[in-house]
Design a protein around this ligand. Sequence first.
Ligand code: IDP
Ligand code: MG
Length: 156
Amino acid sequence: METTLIILKPDAVQRGLMGAIISRFEQKGLQIVGAKLTQISPQLAATHYESHKGKPFYDGLVKFMTSSPVLVLAVRGIGAITIARGMMGATFGSKAAPGTIRGDFGVSNSFNLIHGSDSPEAAERELRLFFAAGEVIGWPRHGDAWVYDHSGGKPE
Ligand code: IDP
Ligand code: MG
């Protein structure tokens, strides 16, 4: 099982899209193992996006991400990082394919609704940035017997 860090950005919260986006992850069969409404500090935004420092959009990105609350999620499943990135769609709302979160809910290139970790290393780092020990809860989900095929011994 893999866990990824998802952030529903300020535009998703302000536009009342939290429920619709969480529903997509739940309906897909991914499990929500952490959730927190929080306002990101400039310091945390800078750490989270440190790889983008110096890029033309960096200052605007930090300003946007700290401007209003976000919903931070820990989302778990086999291949959750890649699955969630696919569900999010391409970075720019203007280019993201229909059927994806960015493709269905937005048109902006910077206000693009959602962040998702892009690798196992990034997920581990980002989960530690946003969740304290004990805030990610590996709760047993009854529906797992029907979400994954367990007949071969391990979930598939
Ligand atoms: P990602 O969120 O799809 O992984 P990144 O390239 O990691 O995309 O960029 C991080 C965030 O920075 C994007 O989600 C978007 O909000 C913003 N961003 C990236 N490129 C641009 C740009 O060219 N103009 C404006 N904002 C951008
Ligand atoms: Mg990225």
